[in-house]
Write a protein that binds this ligand. Structure first.
Ligand SMILES: [Fe+2]
Length: 367
């Protein structure tokens, strides 16, 4: 394998936070849902022309007793029919109607995505812990929500990270606690992990791998949550770098590489006003340290590198090797990447972490 291990961290970044968009036609909706006329509402053609774009959600996201501050539509042929109005409370009857009619997708207007995102934030923990919701659905909800939140943070945070952004990230980490205790969680996540260039999708991948490792690691719950928060935040300093560098296709020159190497220190600077604790700070600052002292920014060695940073360093490198952003070599398979970490980079990374990660990957049948 021809790999230049001194430049593998050079990223390429594109914004890939997308949801499938669906446009609806609203001519002649007829209820297939056997609802009363008073509950059925036709969306005017003018409105459909004005908006035009919708995104799909799973019917599992309709939680009885919850209020949807957004209108929900169902598809009938080429038409989208209003199912619940904005501000309407969902009921068990709504769930039953969807189930009885075999509805697989619901639609929300793209203009109401912020309202849906707030709803999702509020109910994320409930969704992820709900054993009645298929694991594949929960995996998609978690991945799409986390990449969406992180994508917005990377786009909007050039200097300080806001307290609101930090709360959103904490909510994702806390809400996924129960989800990762399912031994099939990583297996379910694997098919939907992005292997593209996005720094935000990379950060979510690192968080997911980290959470999978820590599920069976002897560590306090408090420390585990802080390490996972550190994982999702580890590259936040890249938000301060010029987009021309982040988006560059090809090798960085030495000047660009020097700038890139500033991202751990800049990341800590972005979080300095938020009192996020030592573990998170260490994760951001030291995730490019190497056991042999050749890393940056401090050149720490061996156990002087905090455990959180040693764990993140392994999964960070793994995700880089298996992604397309590793632009001067084809992406490695999971097995190849793990072998490379073990055999050719053994002086850099914590063997115990690699062993535990390999075990999790095999259990999840990721090879
Ligand atoms: Fe990094």
């Amino acid at each position: 394998m021809q790999i230049d291990r001194h430049t593998f961290d050079d990223p390429l970044v594109t914004r890939s936070t997308t949801r499938t968009q669906s446009s609806g036609s609203f001519e002649g909706p007829r209820s297939i849902l056997r609802r009363g006329d008073d509950e059925e509402e036709r969306v005017s053609k003018g409105e459909s022309d004005a908006e035009g774009l919708y995104f799909p959600i799973s019917p599992f996201m309709i939680y009885p007793e919850a209020y949807g501050e957004f209108a929900v539509f169902v598809r009938k042929g080429k038409n989208l029919i209003l199912f619940t109005r904005q501000g309407e409370q969902f009921t068990k009857n709504h769930k039953a109607i969807l189930h009885q009619n075999g509805i697989q997708e619901l639609y929300i207007q793209s203009s109401q995505k912020p309202d849906y995102d707030r709803y999702l934030e509020e109910h994320l923990g409930m969704v992820l812990a709900d054993e009645a919701v298929p694991l594949a659905v929960r995996s998609k909800v978690l991945y799409h929500h986390a990449t969406s939140v992180l994508g917005e943070i990377f786009e909007s945070s050039r200097h300080d990270l806001s307290a609101g952004s930090m709360e959103k990230l904490k909510n994702i980490v806390r809400s996924s606690w129960h989800f990762f205790s399912n031994s099939d969680a990583l297996r379910s996540m694997a098919p939907i992990l992005s292997h593209g260039y996005g720094v935000h999708t990379h950060s979510v991948n690192v968080f997911i791998y980290c959470a999978a490792i820590l599920d069976s690691w002897k560590m306090s719950i408090e420390e585990r949550l802080k390490t996972e928060l550190g994982a999702i935040l580890h590259d936040i300093g890249k938000a301060t770098l010029p987009r021309v560098i982040l988006n560059k296709h090809g090798r960085l020159n030495s000047e660009e590489r020097d700038l890139m190497k500033m991202h751990p220190v800049r990341g800590v600077g972005m979080c300095s006003m938020l009192h996020i604790g030592q573990t998170v700070m260490h994760s951001v600052l030291f995730h490019h340290e190497k056991l042999d002292g050749s890393g940056y920014p401090a050149g720490l060695r061996d156990s002087a590198i905090p455990l959180c940073a040693r764990i993140i360093a392994v999964v960070d490198a793994f995700d880089t090797f298996t992604s397309e952003r590793y632009f001067y070599a084809d992406p490695l398979s999971a097995h190849q990447a793990l072998t490379f970490l073990q055999e050719e980079m053994s002086g850099w990374y914590d063997k115990g972490v690699i062993t535990q990660f390999g075990k999790k990957l095999r259990e999840a049948e990721i090879d």
